[in-house]
Design a protein around this ligand. Sequence first.
Ligand code: IPD
Ligand code: CA
Length: 265
Amino acid sequence: MEFIALAQSLARSAGALILSRMGEQVTAEEKSSAFDVVTQVDKDCEQLIREGILSQHLDHEILGEEDTFLAQKSLEEVLSAVKKDTYLWIVDPIDGTSNFVQGIAGFTVSIALAYNGELLLGVVYDPSCDEMFSAVKGEGAFLNGKPIHVSNKTGLHTSVIATGFPSQMDARLAVYNGLGKLIHECRTIRSLGSAARHLAYVGAGRLDGFWENGLKTWDVAAGVLIVQEAGGQVSDTNGNSYSLNTLHIVSTNGLVHESLLDCLK
Ligand code: IPD
Ligand code: CA
C-alpha cells in the first residue's frame, strides 16, 4: 500500500475506534500533571496505528505520543535516537484528548511520515465530521480529496487566529501573554482543542493563523505539512523555519505571518 493510503486508512480506523468508544465511561489518567491526560482509548488507537504500520514496514520507526510517555523518555531523546536514512512515522492517536474526555467533538487523529527530518506526508482526520485533511510533499494539500488553499487575508484586523492551552505552565503563560496583545489586533480568536485541527484549518483557509507555545512533534508534524502544501507558512515564534524539534509554532496564510510574529514578540 502507498504510504499516504496507509496513513489515511489507519487514521480512519483509529477515528472509527474513537467514535465507537465515545459513550463509554472513560477515565482520564494524569500524565505529567493534572493538565495532561490520557485514556485507554488513546493507548488502544496508538497500538492499532503502530501494528498497522509495522505489519507492512517492520524496519520503520515510530514516534508515538503514548509510547514515548510509557518509555519515560523525553521527546528530544527519542528524536535524537532516530537513525539516519530511516522512515519515521509520527503519531498522535488522539489530538485533543480533553475534548474526547469531555464529550466535545473536534479531536483528531494525526499521522505524519518523515525521512531524515523532512516531512513527506501528513494526515489529520476529524472523525466527528468525517474530514480527512492530507498532504504529500510537493503534491499539494487536500480535504476529502479536494485541493485546499490558505486564506488571502492581508491584515490581522480581519484575521481569525487560533491558539491552545498547553499543559506546561511556562508555555501556557506565554500563550496568555500573546493573547493579551493579540486581542487588540485581530478580528477574533478561537480555541478548538486540537493543534492538529487548528493547523488543518489554516491549510483549508478556515483560520488565517494559529500559534501555540510548548507543542510536541506529534501534535503538529502532519498539520505543518498541510499548511505548507496549502501555500501557507510555518515557523517558530522567532521566525525560524520549522523543524521536527520546533515546539513554539506560528502558522499562517503567509500574508499575515510577519504581523503575527511581531504581535507575539
Ligand atoms: C493537545 C491539543 C491541544 C493543545 C495542547 C496539546 P493532546 O494535545 O493539541 O489543542 O492546546 O497543547 O497538548 O494532549 O490532546 O494530544
Ligand atoms: Ca494526544
